[in-house]
Design a protein around this ligand. Structure first.
Ligand SMILES: [Zn+2]
Length: 64
């Protein structure tokens, strides 16, 4: 099979969500979860009492 080499390496894409606090600008990167929407309020900041919003959602591809 001529294509067998292409599929011998498994590539997986993992989606990440970056949250940023509106008050102290702390950035936090975590794994994307279903329901994450860009620029929506996500969670409470872990270092102050501010609200974190989702600033960026991106994917990283890894070879296994
Ligand atoms: Zn904060």
């Amino acid at each position: 099979m001529i294509f067998s080499n292409i599929f011998s390496k498994k590539k997986i894409t993992v989606a990440y969500t970056v949250e940023v606090c509106l008050k102290c600008n702390l950035q936090r990167k975590r794994k994307f979860t279903t329901g994450d929407v860009l620029f929506s309020e996500s969670s409470k900041c872990s270092s102050c009492d501010g609200i974190s919003v989702i600033e960026k959602i991106f994917g990283e591809t890894f070879e296994q």
